[in-house]
Design a protein around this ligand. Structure first.
Ligand code: GLY
Ligand code: MN
Ligand code: MN
Length: 441
């Protein structure tokens, strides 16, 4: 039977080839060389972070952690891959290329890292995308990371191919298993570190396989947007778990957040309201919709919840007007997702011009009108963040806040609910909710 990956991948490659050929011709290049990159070491050390391929390379090939490879693309020609497979007894060398992807390319197995240099040097007008321009020594006439071409390629990555959608859904399936396991671990009273380890075991990925460092915040730590520790101490009184953790599939990322509580009162009701509001926002993620408008609607949602739970004594519009909602929701509603968790081109228009976030919303990472084929996150939140609350208390707007209600909620930290959503011309496809539905608790 034909490998289903093979067909999807071949079509993906055709799309990349077509778009890249157009971009090269427009920019006056004969070819594009993409270097996967070289492992980095910590300063004065022989240890380094786990290797990740150049994202442009991973957007072409299912090789997200393959150093010293090179891909040459020329209009009208089969892409050529120099696949680095050293004889190495310190590490496991990369496996032989698999036919489902390698058959679509011309592949040369290399025992040495720079066999691409000479043939690439004879291409003519060559553009190179490389993390380390120093690596490209010897290609004197090559343009390294030319801005205009790179911007065009970024733009093409905003519309996910069927292959990429498949991988993003796969990544969400893996993450869903982890989120189920994490919620159970929290209910057992385990520590942040233990919850994280249960998450990873269920996903089946080590920390270096995950697309980003998991955020595992229990109680007040749920109020730290990018909480970076994982305490090994079991909480005396587990109230909240906010876990923002993903998974990878051939270099494509899931980015998922869930908030769970042991509370049966107002905080649990607040999570339910946020969950319903988040689903309404996801429903609105359709082609033609401005993501800035969705982000602004989120401030009204946050305002409505704060009013309902008696935290702020103003209607949502006045709350937004007074700048109060930004204290409780200081980040953006979401971003593009793909090979990169915060995928490229979120703040540029299709013609390449800048689309800066509106005043007062510097953290918004996506400012475009949505288009069919975009995959985005929708991640509203409400947090009780001491340093921001203190500023609000000391401002004129502080008088509208019911501080005893803030005191009630602060021990719970905060709420974030984050799904990965495919935008279409019709109903959006929520990869995360689909994956969670398929995954038993
Ligand atoms: N996990 C980072 C984010 O949600 O953007
Ligand atoms: Mn996110
Ligand atoms: Mn996230």
């Amino acid at each position: 039977m034909a490998d289903p990956n093979k067909l999807l991948y071949a079509r993906h490659l055709e799309t990349r080839q077509k778009h890249t050929a157009e971009a090269l011709t427009e920019a006056g290049y004969d070819g594009l060389l993409i270097l996967s990159g070289s492992p980095r070491m910590y300063f004065l050390d022989d240890q380094g972070p786990p290797f990740r391929s150049n994202p442009h390379f991973t957007a072409w090939l299912p090789l997200p952690a393959h150093p010293e490879c090179a891909l040459l693309i020329r209009p009208g020609q089969t892409p050529k891959l120099w696949y680095y497979q050293p004889e190495d007894f310190w590490h496991v060398p990369p496996p032989a290329p698999e036919s489902w992807w390698a058959d679509a390319l011309e592949v040369e197995i290399c025992r040495k890292p720079d066999l691409w240099r000479k043939p690439a040097g004879s291409v003519g007008a060559l553009a190179v995308i490389a993390e380390e321009p120093g690596q490209v020594g010897g290609l004197d006439r090559a343009d390294i990371n030319p801005e205009g071409l790179v911007a065009r390629l970024h733009e093409h990555r905003t519309e996910k191919t069927a292959w990429e959608r498949h991988l993003l859904m796969e990544a969400n399936r893996l993450a869903a298993a982890g989120h189920r396991a994490a919620a159970s671990a929290f209910r057992e009273g385990l520590s942040e570190l233990e919850i994280h380890l249960r998450y990873q075991a269920a996903v089946g990925q080590s920390s270096s396989d995950l697309p980003y460092s998991s955020i595992v915040g229990v109680n007040e730590h749920a109020a730290v947007l990018h909480y970076q520790h994982q305490s090994s101490r079991r909480p005396d009184d587990p109230r909240t778990l906010l876990i923002d953790a993903g998974a990878g599939s051939k270099g494509y990322a899931a980015d998922v957040t869930r908030t769970t509580t042991t509370d049966n009162g107002d905080f649990a009701a607040m999570i339910r309201d946020m969950d319903e509001g988040q689903q309404r926002l996801c429903e609105r993620a359709r082609a033609g919709v401005s993501f800035v408008d969705l982000h602004q609607s989120t401030h009204l949602l946050v305002g409505a919840i704060l009013q309902k739970f008696d935290v702020v004594d103003l209607d949502p519009d006045s709350m937004v007007e007074a700048g109060i909602t930004g204290t409780f929701f200081p980040h953006g509603l979401g971003h593009f997702i793909g090979v990169q968790v915060h995928d490229v081109a979120g703040k540029t228009a299709p013609d390449g011009s800048d689309l800066p976030p509106p005043d007062g919303h510097p953290a918004l990472r996506l400012t475009r009108r949505l288009e069919s084929g975009n995959v985005i996150t929708i991640e509203p939140g409400i947090y009780f963040i001491p340093v921001l609350l203190e500023k609000l208390r000391n401002s004129g707007a502080g008088k509208s806040v019911n501080w005893t209600r803030v005191d009630d909620f602060q021990p719970f930290g905060g709420i974030r609910i984050e799904d990965d959503v495919l935008v279409t011309d019709g109903d959006p496809v929520n990869f995360t909710r689909q994956a969670l539905e398929e995954t038993p608790s």
